[in-house]
Design a protein around this ligand. Structure first.
Ligand SMILES: [Fe+2]
Ligand SMILES: [Fe+2]
Length: 171
């Protein structure tokens, strides 16, 4: 199956934008339980997406040089900022007073970053690479995405097991 790299990444961005909207609805409704569920789904999407960009996409994009290379280096730093925020937020409870402000800043950062990729970086790569090469990169992205998704699922299973044992220990 052929998948265009830029379309795959754009579709990931749209998935996250949809989750941001749901998070903002949950925030309006003061539904902390739903905010936690959505935060976890958002983090999972972001972890997979930033991993495949850093492993497969950015190294290719950097080869274009010039402004594309600068945008990639900037992008890596934006991923880093989001990574730091995700670690801090994961350690908070949704009713912690820092939870919503930190989520708001994370959402603003990701929205800005995704917009910049789509409007500045992607057009340069469409021009530099052409459809065939973008489909080859797309295939590699799809493969890396599956690998990271199953890694996160198995880590989630391990966490569930650990929690189960932790409860057992208390008995
Ligand atoms: Fe990115
Ligand atoms: Fe992206």
């Amino acid at each position: 199956m052929y998948v265009d790299a830029l379309e795959l990444l754009k579709s990931d961005h749209d998935t996250v934008r949809g989750l941001f909207q749901q998070f903002s609805d949950a925030k309006e409704a003061d539904d902390t339980e739903r905010m936690r569920t959505l935060q976890q789904r958002i983090f999972r999407e972001l972890e997979v997406h930033t991993s495949i960009e850093e492993e497969v996409f950015y190294p290719e994009a950097e080869k274009v040089g010039g402004e594309a290379e600068d945008l990639v280096k900037e992008g890596e730093q934006e991923h880093h900022v989001v990574d730091v925020l995700m670690k801090e937020i994961a350690a908070l409870q949704p009713d912690d007073e820092e939870f919503v402000p930190k989520m708001t800043v994370l959402i603003e950062n990701v929205e800005h970053h995704a917009e910049e990729e789509e409007s500045e970086l992607f057009p340069k790569l469409r021009e530099a690479f052409g459809d065939e090469r973008l489909q080859r990169i797309g295939g590699e992205l799809a493969e890396a995405k599956q690998r990271h998704e199953s890694r996160l699922s198995s880590e989630g299973d391990e966490r569930d097991r650990d929690e189960l044992y932790a409860v057992d220990d208390q008995d």
